[in-house]
Design a protein around this ligand. Sequence first.
Ligand code: COA
Length: 99
Amino acid sequence: MRPQREKLRHGVELAGMYITPPCRRRGFGRALLEAAVAHTRALAGVRQVKLGVNAANAPARALYQSLGFVSYGVELGALLFDGRFHDEERYLLRFEALA
Ligand SMILES: CC(C)(COP(=O)(O)OP(=O)(O)OC[C@H]1O[C@@H](n2cnc3c(N)ncnc32)[C@H](O)[C@@H]1OP(=O)(O)O)[C@@H](O)C(=O)NCCC(=O)NCCS
C-alpha cells in the first residue's frame, strides 16, 4: 500500500503475507517477500518498506529480520482478534541500507 500524501509517498506498507500451511518451510515465503521488495524498489520515488507483525509470530519475525528489516518499535495491543489484544512489532527496510 502506498500513501497518497506527499510527505509519506516514499514509504510503502507491506501487508497480507501468507503461505498456506502445507507449503510452509519450503522457501516460498522468502521468495514472495524478495519479489515484493524487488517490485517495490523498482517503483519510482519509493525508498522504504514498512510492515507490522504480531510480536508473538516468531516465524514471520525471523523471515523479515533475515531480509534486513529492522524493528523500530512495538505497539501494545494494536491487534484485536479472538477477543484478545495482541502486540504488533513494526519493521522497516530502507533501500539505502541494502547493497
Ligand atoms: C511467515 C510465513 C509467510 C513464512 O513462509 P514460509 O514459506 O514458511 O517461509 P520460508 O520457508 O521461505 O522461510 C524463510 C525464513 O522464515 C523463517 N521461518 C519460517 N518458518 C519458520 C518457523 N516455523 N520457525 C522459525 N523461523 C521460520 C526462517 O528464518 C526461514 O529461513 P530459513 O529457512 O533459512 O531458516 C508463513 O509461515 C505464513 O504464511 N505464516 C502465517 C501468516 C503470517 O504469519 N504472515 C505474516 C504476517 S506479518
